[in-house]
Every structure is written in C-alpha cells, then in structure tokens.
Design a protein around this ligand. Structure first.
Ligand SMILES: Nc1ncnc2c1ncn2[C@@H]1O[C@H](COP(=O)(O)OP(=O)(O)OP(=O)(O)O)[C@@H](O)[C@H]1O
Length: 310
C-alpha cells in the first residue's frame, strides 16, 4: 500500500494578523512528483518551511515521512533546495559540498559523485563566489541530493537555469522519482511542469484552490479544447458548421479556422470533421488547454497590490 510522504491537515500559519497559509489540507503519496504553483506571496515557501520544521504552524497538524510534526527527525531524509542558494565564504564547490555532506552524515565520496552528476566536476576546485547563477543552482541541487533523501523540497529550483540545464535538471529528478523519491517543487515556469509532474497544486492567498492531475484540472476548469482546422480557400464557414452545434468559432481566416469545443463535445466534433465531405478538412490539430490557461482560470495571479503581507 502506498503511504503518504506528506500529510497536512488544516495547516495554518499566521504572522501577526496576516495569514500566510490558510487551513490547508493535502496528502502527497510516496513517489509522487507534485508541482506547487501560486503567485508571489501565495505561501509556497512558508509551506516548505513548515515541512522542514523551520517554522511551526499556528494551527493544524502535519506529518512528514511518517514523522508527526516533521522537523528534525525527518530532516535527514529530506533534501531541500532553497529559492536563493547562498554559499558563503571563499570555499570551492567541492569544499562546500563536503561540508554539507559532513553536516548530513553523508559519505565524502558522495560529494564527488554528485559534482559529476550535476556537471560541476571540472569547476569543483573553483571558489563558489566565481560561479554563475546556474552553477550555484546546480551546486544547490547536489547539496539537496546528499544522503539518501526520500523527499525533495525544491523551491523554484530552475530559475536562473538555461533551457539545456533545465532539461538536465529534470532528467536528474526523473531518476530520483524512478527510485521512489517524493518531489515537491514550486515554480513559476508553467510550461516546463505540465508534462513532468504527476499532480499540480495551486495556492492563492495561502489557500489551496486546486490539486489534481493536469487532465483533472482541465476538466474541473471546463476550459474549451481548441481544434485548429486547415480548409480549402473559403471553406472555413463550412468546416465550422460541419463540426456540429457544440463548436464555436474562435478565429478564422481563408485557409484555417480555430474552433472551441467542450471536452464532452470534443470527440463528436472530431468525428464530424473527419467524416465530413471529402476535401472540406485538409488537416487538423487538437490543442488542449495549457497549464497557463488552467492556472489563469484558478486565479493564479493576484491583483498587483495583493502580493505582500501588509
Ligand atoms: N517571517 C515573516 N513575517 C511576516 N510575513 C511573512 C514572513 N514570511 C513570509 N511572510 C509573508 O507571507 C506571505 C507568503 O510568503 P511566501 O514566501 O511563503 O510566498 P511564496 O508563495 O513562496 O512567494 P514567492 O513566489 O514570491 O517566493 C507573503 O506575503 C510574505 O510577505
């Protein structure tokens, strides 16, 4: 039976009169890759800090890797990559990682393996202060992977990474997931998450407003699927009519028409388009709602003056 790596029940965190996390209930099964989305100030980092035991909830209960209250007892099995990786002092990447290995009780040799794994072996002898943002981020990931973490908490880990490094970064996470590691990752880069995560949790003003698979969120949002149809010159209107009453025209020009249909009407519209009069439809693409669309639907972005605590 799958156990929950994280179990949060009615978790609330207040700073004075301000509520940063508001009555949040969520269970994350072991081995799941969960993305945590939300506007600036939504409460993502605060949630991670509570899971790490760095700050205590004002109300509610939490369990991390079977340890009630999370914190120190679970921390050895946690890997954490903070939003702003800060390695102070003039030490080299290798020395910094060995230092963290000692703190975590991980073997020194693992530091070498991880430097290799994150592509920093050649720069390991250089002072961290000379590292680019991407290199510091990779060193931060290596630090998070020290020991045998069973849960990774990654706070906006890909900011500052170029597209190649992002791919490499997600490849490493895929390997970790294959080993059964649970991953909670917060990010603002929605496009990179939609095909990589099992579920997506959306926070707004400290509250969990949605948590499901992308498909589940798409269904719950009831956003239209777009069907882009290529037609012979002047055939747009005919193709639109052919798609049936469930389809409405979103955009059209002489050679193509974009139709919006509900998920429930999608297959019927596709059948009608495919079976219609020969030559009416030359080609078609089906475009499901993107994570950006879903995120916007669930109110992912606050009004500009709502972003920070008063
Ligand atoms: N120690 C604190 N004292 C007072 N308010 C705080 C404290 N820590 C966080 N907050 C407030 O709690 C809210 C949530 O902050 P948090 O850092 O969790 O947001 P976030 O979702 O991680 O945002 P971002 O995407 O910008 O990193 C913010 O309004 C922040 O100003």
């Amino acid at each position: 039976m799958t156990r929950d790596a994280i179990r949060l029940t009615g978790i609330t965190k207040r700073y004075g009169a301000f509520t940063a996390v508001d009555d949040l209930t969520l269970a994350v099964p072991e081995g799941e890759f969960l993305a945590l989305l939300g506007h600036n100030g939504a409460g993502k980092t605060t949630l991670m800090k509570m899971l790490l035991g760095l700050t205590r909830p004002t109300a509610g209960s939490l369990s991390v890797l079977g340890t009630e209250g999370g914190g120190a007892a679970a921390r050895r099995a946690l890997g954490f990559l903070p939003e702003n990786v800060n390695f102070t002092g003039g030490s080299s990447g290798r020395a910094a990682l060995r230092y963290f290995a000692r703190l975590k009780g991980a073997p020194k040799a693992q530091a070498e393996d991880l430097l290799e794994r994150v592509g920093l072996a050649a720069a390991a002898h250089k002072p961290v202060r000379t590292y680019s943002k991407g290199m510091r981020q990779r060193l931060g990931l290596a630090q998070a992977l020290l020991g045998e973490p069973r849960l990774l908490l990654l706070d906006e880990p890909t900011s500052g990474l170029d597209p190649m490094l992002r791919q490499e970064f997600y490849r490493i996470l895929r390997d970790m997931k294959a080993q059964g590691v649970t991953i909670l990752l917060s990010s603002h880069v929605l496009s990179e998450l939609q095909l990589r995560t099992d579920r997506i949790a959306i926070m707004r003003h400290g509250r969990l407003v949605a948590c499901d698979t992308l498909q589940g969120l798409q269904q719950a949002a009831g956003l239209p699927v777009r069907i882009r149809v290529r037609v012979p010159e002047g055939g747009a209107e005919r193709a639109a009519a052919q798609a049936g009453p469930g389809a409405r025209v979103l955009a059209a020009n002489g050679r193509s028409v974009e139709l919006g249909v509900s998920l429930a009407d999608k297959m019927e519209a596709l059948r009608r388009l495919a079976n219609g009069g020969a030559g009416d439809v030359e080609d078609l693409d089906v475009l499901p709602p993107s994570l950006d669309d879903v995120y916007a639907h669930f109110g992912g972005s606050p009004a500009p003056d709502e972003e920070v605590a008063p």
